[in-house]
Ligand binder design. Structure first.
Ligand code: GLC
Ligand code: CA
Length: 546
């Protein structure tokens, strides 16, 4: 049976890049768009389909660019608009797509709209933001940046009023009840789409609208606005995507897919911490549990899955008890904690053990969805917990063992942030050049894993069913698509494991491990015995050839 042609994002790998951190082309110590262009061959060779670039717009950088002061330009640190066009063109020539952040919810307080809004109550821009004479409205809305913000309201001396903000107080929320604001955002989208961008990672979408007596998240009015954004996209462009950042339970994210008329993709947040739980506990239960909480999504929509990103590893979607446990296990030093999360990278979290790092990735890829890889995690980069905020996981990409890890030719003291030079994560050890030609390196093994995952769309799009649910040390998942069948088996422990699977319904099938291409014993009516070394996994393809 021929698989129906699916939109590109259904079986895709995404690669998240912080332009500032990736590669510096003009020796000023700051990564830039042309630097990224020079590394597109590396990204292509990794086997990914789409690059997501974090905000590159003019900004005072109080929130590393998520505080936008001009939606229509590029921050001078990163280059000029023409460099962006060059990036898109160079990416497309290589068959790569590019998406960027669309920060809908708020601007920087340095944005001219806010400047006009605060200085003149009669300006039309005043109503671009959410104002109040008191600071007690919408008191059921939680505070997100718990470590720094005391309230979602901040008093503005100039305006003589309070303004509403869900994130830093330097990020006033836009007023989406104002049709002009909605219009502005369509224009912003149009601008970047016309420059050739392939879509947007829409930042912080649950918070667009506020209503008294609610927690001001996921309101029906917010969904209406998002649907109108999608309708605009569909009416004017083809093959472009919208990816929702809604850090919520899957049942609450489900409405962001609408009936296939809202977002193409949505991040699956809560599966992420459970992968770390499963590996630390040697127990598949958290994975099976969260997948059972995950509703079906409409045809042509897809989950976006990830192990890490540029923010703290969020523990919002776990219980209080689980959070304390995760902090104890994965963030024993207070500096490793931030808000409701952990500000560390993948490799340090997993003890720099390539077996665990590969297992975590394989587990993610064994579940439905399109994975995102955070820059540097493919080579096992470390973090720097001595830097403030989330900066410690945004250090310069480590390209080689030379000056500034090959990131920049500027004098080291000019770098936007220091390279990691100490210990086992030093750029002398962990870098692309060292790993690229080493068949045993994490990078080489990641590339292999990515390639095999990509060649088997069943892993991204197929149905899943957990096998041997009575066994906890090993996670076994049956994946199926059309007439294809695959069994993913992962040993979550540091002990060897033995397992008898009931695969009798495929009696007579041949078995081959997609990862090694090694044949496994054929399936008979008997229990299928599998032995697994510590932290290992197999993707077994079952084929009942006549
Ligand atoms: C999103 C971003 C985060 C940013 C916040 C406010 O959660 O991932 O980095 O601080 O939005 O824009
Ligand atoms: Ca630069």
């Amino acid at each position: 049976m021929a698989t129906k042609k699916q939109p590109w994002y259904m079986n895709a790998f995404f690669y998240q890049v912080h332009v500032r951190a990736y590669c510096d082309s003009n020796a000023d110590g700051i990564g830039d768009l042309l630097g990224l262009v020079s590394k597109l061959d590396y990204i292509k060779a990794l086997g990914v389909d789409c690059v997501w670039i974090m905000p590159i717009y003019p900004s005072p950088l109080n929130d590393d660019g998520y505080d936008i002061a001009d939606y229509y330009d590029v921050h001078p640190d990163y280059g000029v608009i023409e460099d962006f066009q060059h990036l898109v063109q160079a990416a497309h020539e290589r068959g790569l797509k590019v998406i960027a952040d669309l920060v809908l919810n708020h601007t920087s307080d340095q944005h001219p709209w806010f400047q006009a809004a605060r200085s003149d109550p009669n300006s039309k821009y005043h109503d671009y933001y959410v104002w109040s004479d008191t600071n007690d409205k919408y008191s059921d809305a939680r505070i997100i940046f718990l470590d720094t913000e005391e309230s979602n309201w901040t008093y503005d001396e100039e305006a003589g009023q309070y303004y509403w903000h869900r994130f830093y107080s330097s990020q006033p929320d836009l007023n989406y009840d104002n049709p002009e604001v909605r219009e502005e955002m369509l224009n912003v989208m149009k601008f970047w789409l016309d420059l050739g961008i392939d879509g947007f990672r829409a930042d912080a979408v649950p918070y667009l609208i506020e209503r008294e007596g609610t927690n001001c998240e996921n309101l029906p009015e917010t969904h209406e606005i998002l649907k109108s954004i999608r309708a605009y996209l569909d009416a004017n462009y083809q093959d472009k995507i919208l990816l929702a950042e809604a850090n919520q339970w899957p049942k609450d994210v489900r409405p962001y897919f609408g009936d296939g008329d809202e977002f193409h993709m949505g991040f699956h947040f809560p599966v992420m911490p459970r992968i770390y739980m499963a590996i630390k506990q040697g127990d598949a239960t958290p994975i099976r549990w969260i997948m059972a909480q995950t509703p079906d999504i409409p045809e042509g929509t897809q989950w976006c899955t990830f192990l890490r990103n540029h923010d703290e590893l969020t523990l919002e979607m776990v219980t209080e008890e689980e959070r304390q446990w995760m902090w104890e296990q994965y963030a024993p030093v207070p500096r490793m904690r931030q808000n409701l999360g952990i500000r560390r990278r993948l490799a340090p979290l997993l003890d720099n053990d390539p077996r665990k790092i590969l297992l975590a990735n394989a587990l993610l890829y064994s579940l439905p969805g399109a994975p995102i890889i955070y820059y540097g995690d493919e080579i096992g980069m470390g973090d720097n917990i001595w830097l403030p905020d989330r900066n410690g996981v945004r250090t310069p990409m480590q390209w080689n063992a030379g000056l500034n890890a090959g990131f920049s030719e500027a004098p080291p003291e000019m770098l936007y942030e220091p390279i990691i030079t100490e210990g086992k994560f030093s750029y002398k050890i962990v870098n692309v050049a060292a790993e690229e030609n080493d068949p045993e390196s994490l990078l080489t093994k990641m590339k292999h894993l990515i390639r095999v995952r990509h060649e088997n769309p069943i892993l991204a799009m197929g149905a899943y069913e957990f096998l041997a649910p009575e066994v906890n040390a090993v996670l076994a998942i049956h994946r199926s698509l059309d007439s294809e069948d695959l069994v993913c088996i992962l040993n979550l422990t540091e002990q060897p494991q033995k397992l008898d699977l009931d695969l009798s319904r495929w009696n007579g099938a041949k078995v081959i491990d997609l990862l090694t291409e090694d044949p496994f014993p054929g399936i008979t009516g008997e229990p299928y015995a599998i032995a697994l070394k510590p932290w290992t996994f197999h993707w077994l393809k079952l084929s009942s050839e006549a």
